[in-house]
Design a protein around this ligand. Sequence first.
Ligand SMILES: [Zn+2]
Length: 477
Amino acid sequence: MTTRKKLARSFAELALPSVVLFVNASAVLPALRDPSPQRTQDRRVLGAPDPAEPPQGKPAPKLLARPAGALSRREVDEAGMRSLIEQLVACGTRHSLSSWTDPKRGAGCGRDRIVAHLNEIAKNSGGKLQVVVDKFEATGERTNNKPAHMENVYGVLPGSDPKLAKTVFIVSGHFDSITSDLMNPNLDAAGADDDASGVAVSMECARLLSRMGPGAVGGRATLLFAAVSGEEQRLYGAERMLQWVKEQGYTVGGMLDNDIVGADFAPGVPHRVRLFSGAGEQDDADSPSRELARAIEEIDSREAIRLIFSLDRLGRGGDHEPFYRAGLPAVRFTEPLEDYRHQHQTPRMENGVEYGDRMKYLNLRFAGNVARANAEALRQLVLAPAVPATVKLGGGVTPDAKITWGAEEDPERAGFEILWRETTEPRWQVFQFVTSARETALKGVSTDNHFFAVRSVGKNGARSMAVAASAPRALPF
Ligand SMILES: [Zn+2]
């Protein structure tokens, strides 16, 4: 039986209009059509394989298993996340221009709930988690061009390694909320999804990663679990947090912004969470943010993460942006499909449609998945050695690509993975494993047909983010 007949029969078996479907199928699946002599000839000319690279076959790199003790989904406290979101919603509004002193209504009520939640977590951390309330002022159009009082809440879990503890990995959500009437701090603004859900994810990461006893993580780098304000005014809280971590002398290892991560209403749940990352501005090398996104996907799997190679959704911004603009690795998690009737809306009924960002639209099972994905990514990133420094690509106009990089002494590091990918491929593959930082020549590998990167690998199997190998693209003399 020919392929064409087989296909027609399989459609007939489905009792579907086979003719119509066959026309469609042949349009999208040209490979299923009988090859014409002309086509076979074309394939010989056009589809010939590329030259083997490297010609002698690729090295077989030693691949260490990733660190044991992966967080399981069962460990996520969905009920605790729900309870925190409910408490935040019960503050009526958390508009940044609302009251910071009223314990029952306003931004100060939200802050108090988060501080209380973090203090509970700190109790179970053996005193390691430090709770910080960071007060600041911000001025702009959405503060009526007057200085407005705002506050961020941080839980800081210091790393165990003296050098790596100066690197901080941040997970953040914003606790302020807003309605359609942007400047009005008096209207109810539940902000269940935008963004009590992100705050709940950040706080659940704090609980999972700071607990003592069985399952204790013991990160080498420092973790910061943040709930910031002023997002809806113009990312003021995130800007302030960036300034604060610099003031404390930290280097930002990575920033995971969770904003609108509580709902998953499309049929076929659960869906993957979207992970946005900006491209950066360097020719032929992706930004650190893109590398952070790739690292998270590799840790959490393609079943959990949907990579979106874009800074953010069209016309929208988020707290990862100030970090991204500063050239730091920063990404944004957002639910798979948004319902704009439930964001930034004054609660109301209009033509039989309900507007407002209410608890009842959330899906905590999905938000729990997001918490698990964040926490496991952070767990592995804080167990990893430092990223390699100044990764360079050389060897242009020679047969062998040459990769050079530097690294500080680290007795816990097993070595480095040299990564490569086709220039059109989204993901890295390991090309080679080497034990020390040096110039490494990739024999018979052109500088021109792939992109390259290097990452550090701990003896525990934890990988750092990849650092793309950059190369100056000066015009030849
Ligand atoms: Zn938001």
